[in-house]
Design a protein around this ligand. Structure first.
Ligand SMILES: Nc1ncnc2c1ncn2[C@@H]1O[C@H](COP(=O)(O)OP(=O)(O)OP(=O)(O)O)[C@@H](O)[C@H]1O
Ligand SMILES: [Mg+2]
Length: 112
């Protein structure tokens, strides 16, 4: 199993969710976050040593899928979250050791 973590623009959430459910994604976690990427919002040197950073609102998706679906999930997020402007987001893929469905005790791919 793989965990895909994606930070996207908030107004893209519904489009991304629809595209992901269309390829078979059956669950995800969604969190409103703030963050910064390579532009750092605007990064300024403050009092010589400190940095004041402007955080930008994003939505974080956490999606666990069978390993063979991970590439398609990444491609689907790429297509549906893209506006071609800065701040379109970032995607990370991690390995997942275990998944359990609480109601049934099913594990791993069966629990997704
Ligand atoms: N290295 C990182 N680690 C963790 N989260 C990150 C990282 N880079 C970006 N993010 C998250 O992704 C969000 C969007 O980043 P963003 O799209 O601005 O990346 P970028 O590298 O600046 O690309 P772009 O040049 O297209 O803006 C950030 O607000 C932050 O939440
Ligand atoms: Mg950026």
């Amino acid at each position: 199993m793989k965990l895909i973590i994606a930070a996207i623009k908030p107004f893209k959430l519904e489009e991304v969710r629809e595209a992901l459910t269309a390829i078979g994604v059956r669950g995800m976690m969604v969190t409103e976050i703030k963050g910064f990427g390579s532009q750092s919002g605007h990064t300024e040197i403050y009092r010589g040593a400190e940095y004041a950073v402007n955080f930008v609102p994003k939505v974080k998706l956490e999606i666990v899928v069978p390993a063979q679906l991970a590439d398609e999930v990444v491609e689907t997020i790429l297509k549906s979250a893209k506006t071609d402007k800065i701040g379109d987001g970032k995607i990370f893929v991690l390995d997942v050791a275990q998944a359990v469905r609480v109601r049934t005790g099913e594990t791993n791919d069966d629990a997704l």
